[in-house]
Structures are given as C-alpha cells and as structure tokens.
Design a protein around this ligand. Sequence first.
Ligand code: FPP
Length: 268
Amino acid sequence: MSISLFLGENLMLDRISQMFARKDKQAGHEEEFDESGVIPAHIAVIMDGNGRWAKNRNLPRIAGHRAGMNRVKEIVRAADGIGVNILTLYAFSTENWKRPRDEVDFLMRLPQEYLSTELEELVERNVRLRMVGSKQELPGHTLEALEAAEERTSSNTGLQLNFALNYGGRKEIIQAFTEIARLVQNGDLCPDAIDENVIAQHLYTGEIPDPDLLIRTSGEIRISNFMLWQLAYTEMWFTDILWPDFTKEHLFQAIADYQGRARRYGAV
Ligand code: FPP
C-alpha cells in the first residue's frame, strides 16, 4: 500500500470514527463521583470491543482500533484532569500476535500515530509515558517512537501513563522467575530473601504500585492474562460499553462505584 493511500484511508477512518463518537456522546449520561473523595491512584484498563464496535457499523476492524485510539486521548485527559496518578492501558497482548497481519501492523503503528499528535500535550501536562511489556518482538518503528517519548517525558512528575504493549502476565512472571533464579544461582540473592517486593521489582511494572481499580469494557468478565500478580487486591469494574464508546462519564461512573466499595484486603 502506498503511503498516500495509507494516510488517505486513515483520514477517512478518523472522520467516520469521530462522526460516530459525536453521535454516541449525545446519547451519553453524566455520572457523579465525589471529587473530594478517594480517587483511585492507579487505574488499569482492558480496552476491549474495538472489533465489535466496527462490525456493528459495517466498518473494518481497524476502524474500531482507530476509534479506540481516539478514546485513549479523551480518557488520558480526563484521568489527568481529576488527579489520577497512574493510568495503565492494555493496548496489545502477547496473544494479539495471532491476529491477521494487517491488523497487527495497524495496531503497531498506533503508538507512534498517537504520539505524533499527543506528545506535546503530554509534555505540557507533565505526563510521564512508559511502556510495560516485552520490547523484544516489537517492530523498530514502534519501539523507537515509544522510547523517544519515554525519554522526552522521563523527568515529568504528573500522571504516569503506561502503555501495556506486547504484555502478557504469565510471560512477565516467567521472566521475573528467570531473573531471580539467575541472581540466586550467582549467589547474589538468598532464596529466603525472596518476598513479594523482590518478585514485584522483577516484573515489568517494577516500582509501580498495584492498580486500585481495573476497568474492562465490552461485557467480557475475565482478566485475559493482564497484570496477574498486580491485580491481587484490585477492585474490578466491568461494563458492556465497547471501548470506542467509553467516555469520560463512564470513567467517572467507575470511580463513583469504586468510592462506594470497602477495601478490606482480607481483614474484617
Ligand atoms: C481489543 O479489542 C483491543 C485491542 C487488541 C487493541 C486496543 C488498542 C487500542 C484501544 C488503541 C491503543 C492506542 C494506543 C495509542 C496505543 P478487540 O479488537 O479484541 O475487540 P473485539 O473483542 O470486539 O473483537
């Protein structure tokens, strides 16, 4: 496909997604959360339903992913606006490589496309961007864009925006075990010193605190290999809304529900 055809197709998909997004917004509703109450410090999101969103409109699946990317823009702004500390978005799983080549290629171009229009605003907002996941299999162009953005925003102290890309919870645990086993083998770590902190530090998320709230869109009630260790005590919020329809009002609704929950961590 020529570059101009690719760009032309992207522009068209963008217009169609915006048209539907405007229509969907008019039908939306406001939900209140307590702005002086506890805002979840770390929100993680499984952004699901792009394909179904596109199918419902007789559009190609990639149109759903493009509309999904536009939602990312809105949700990042909203999370930053209400003082969320960390937002982790599941953008591509280790299992997503099984999808058709064209779709994978499209998804792998989304980070740089997003950053090409959003990076300046992220910098202005003092957002720190980070990728969590395995960098090994990523195409060079994807990795370069992400690493440049990580570098550019590395000293920012506001919202930490994590893109979970080529992320798989089991793969993450395996590589943590491998690193820890190597330390033990080399005599740098005593087996008795292996505790929750040691394991957490060897995960992709390292020092990042566990999510307080997990949101999954599109009506699927499962974790799908996402943050298996980190979600141990996370509050979960599932909605039938498809990700491209997920507005900041839905985010606020999830936060309002979160504020009504009692987190006991196993205590009474
Ligand atoms: C799952 O929906 C969604 C994905 C595999 C991709 C998610 C990516 C985005 C929302 C855009 C990310 C943007 C940036 C900037 C990285 P699905 O395709 O499985 O939907 P379906 O279950 O309805 O088929």
